[in-house]
Write a protein that binds this ligand. Structure first.
Ligand SMILES: C[S@@+](CC[C@H](N)C(=O)[O-])C[C@H]1O[C@@H](n2cnc3c(N)ncnc32)[C@H](O)[C@@H]1O
Length: 244
């Protein structure tokens, strides 16, 4: 059960009922405080004052990244040029990739199992005026249980971006990343989740990995790389497709 302390300035019936929707308990002893930023975003603050805020309209964040459309490695990996337009993103996180995919023209369903994150994602979606973000379907669920009952529409790809292992000598990440890591932990079940996704036989299943990271399960059908990232692409067993 996740707990938050409520900043008295934002206490309201509405906030309390939204927290209850995601099973988030209010407690003055909690390690997270829920407050509002000066930009009026609901924000989680940790005991050391580090903040995590999701704001899809913020210029400095990655939510408006410029892109080469269908030429982007992630779009290519998911099969945009092969007429794939539906994506199930198993790992919403801060919603950066989901927003990017929606911006390119994918219809995105994005899952998140951390209640505080899905709470922040829904709040940020409500606040933004960007229509492509309004269209993203954010769902509070673990990917494995969601996939069990999921009826797969034609030409739908799956995107999986579990937490990377923490680098031993990494420079201290941005404060948001510190809070984010504390919040979600290590995704130790990533291999199991990927196996469940592969059984579904999506048009493509794409796994984001560090450039030199090991593959999560079996050998992918092909890989696409950019400067720091590698996408491992798995095709259905009987697929005749080749990469493009
Ligand atoms: C590395 S982050 C994803 C970042 C995301 N792609 C973005 O652009 O912001 C991984 C996220 O996936 C979530 N996650 C991991 N495994 C999951 C699962 N099986 N079901 C639902 N969410 C999961 C974690 O809670 C975490 O928030």
């Amino acid at each position: 059960m996740v707990q938050v302390a409520l900043d008295p300035e934002i206490e309201s019936k509405e906030i309390r009922s939204q927290l209850a929707e995601y099973n988030i308990q209010e407690s003055s002893q909690a390690s997270w405080i829920l407050t509002r930023s000066k930009e009026d975003n609901l924000t989680v603050v940790d005991v050391d004052g580090r903040r995590l805020e999701i704001d899809f309209d913020r210029q400095v964040a990655d939510y408006k990244r410029t892109h080469r459309g269908s030429g982007e490695p992630l779009a290519k990996a998911l099969g945009f040029k092969k007429d794939v337009r539906n994506v199930v993103d198993l790992t919403a996180g801060l919603g950066i990739d989901a927003v990017f995919l929606a911006q390119i023209g994918f219809r995105v369903t994005s899952l998140e199992r951390n209640p505080l994150l899905i709470f922040l994602l829904h709040a940020a979606q409500k606040k933004t005026q960007r229509p492509e973000i309004k269209n993203i379907k954010w769902i509070y669920s673990d990917a494995k249980s969601f996939l069990q009952n999921y009826q797969l529409p034609a030409r739908t790809s799956c995107y999986f971006d579990p937490m990377y292992p923490e680098k031993k000598k990494a420079a201290l990440p941005r404060q948001e990343m510190v809070v984010f890591r504390q919040m979600v932990g290590a995704d130790v079940d990533a291999r199991d989740t990927l196996r469940v996704a592969l059984e579904k036989e999506f048009t493509r299943t794409v796994v984001k990995r560090p450039l030199k990271g090991e593959v999560l399960v079996d050998k992918p059908n092909f890989q696409l790389t950019s400067k720091l990232i590698r996408y491992d692409v798995y095709l259905p067993h009987m697929s005749q497709e080749v990469m493009e």
